[in-house]
Design a protein around this ligand. Structure first.
Ligand code: DX5
Ligand code: ZN
Length: 229
């Protein structure tokens, strides 16, 4: 239903050279993934609105912000104002997640919600008709370079079914341990947006690395189509 996209995560880039790092991967992608961590929701600290503002000035790529923070009601609007095109938050920290989705949309942003590997899809069921993206974490949030958790894959297929029965249109993004080796199972299950941090930025040729992940996703769909034929 959606075209397949790779979203390189700048968490694995060199933060002292962010504009150059993003420019380096730009020929291969339409979006970059920006991980915002507050040291409370996850045991790691990354960046906030000033860095998003600088990135906005440095690139025309779609900025896909992933907020791993305890207070998205305060900071998500600031991330939008700083220039993010999409903000995704973890809804269990919010008293009124639907209200926050609506507030962010009114501010002109696309909106996503995220679920951790152990969280069921039912946690976000009521939000699904209202969001642009569902982020299904395939590692525990907090750090790049962790191993992909294959037991999450059935939840992707569940999200595809829920989307069809709701006649909703949200993208399904997977995040954590995505690489040439792992992306295929997520694409075959129905994911369309693939966050890849270390699989892109740990390679000297970022364009080739991002294209390899996208090609592996397409190949998995092709193989699935052939198997059904
Ligand atoms: C982890 C972040 C991810 C991270 C992915 O909490 O949400 O976006 O950058 O990194 P890799 O692709 O290396 O697992
Ligand atoms: Zn992320």
């Amino acid at each position: 239903m959606h075209d397949l996209r790779v979203a390189p995560s700048i968490l694995s880039a060199d933060f002292a050279r962010l504009a150059d790092e993003v420019a380096d991967v730009a020929p291969a992608v339409r979006m970059v993934h920006v991980d915002v961590m507050d040291g409370h929701y996850v045991p790691n600290l990354t960046l906030g609105p000033p860095v998003v503002r600088s990135l906005r000035a440095a690139t025309e790529l779609f900025l896909d912000a992933h907020l791993m923070i305890s207070d998205p009601r305060t900071y998500a609007p600031q991330i939008v104002a700083a220039g993010a095109d999409s903000v995704t938050f973890h809804p269990e920290v919010e008293d009124d997640p639907l209200g926050l989705v609506e507030l962010l949309r009114d501010a002109g942003s696309q909106v996503g919600v995220a679920i951790r590997p152990h969280q069921p899809l039912s946690l976000v069921e009521e939000l699904l008709p209202h969001i642009d993206m569902l982020l299904i974490m395939t590692v525990q949030p907090g750090f790049g370079g962790q191993a992909f958790q294959p037991d999450v894959v059935p939840k992707i297929a569940e999200a595809v079914e829920a989307r069809a029965s709701l006649r909703a249109r949200f993208r399904i993004e997977v995040d954590g341990g995505i690489s040439v080796a792992t992306v295929g199972s997520t694409a075959a299950a129905g994911a369309d947006t693939f966050v890849a941090g270390s699989a892109v930025f740990d390679h000297p040729d970022r364009v080739a690395a991002a294209r390899a992940v996208l090609d592996a996703a397409h190949a998995a769909l092709g193989a699935g189509a052939q198997a059904r034929a």
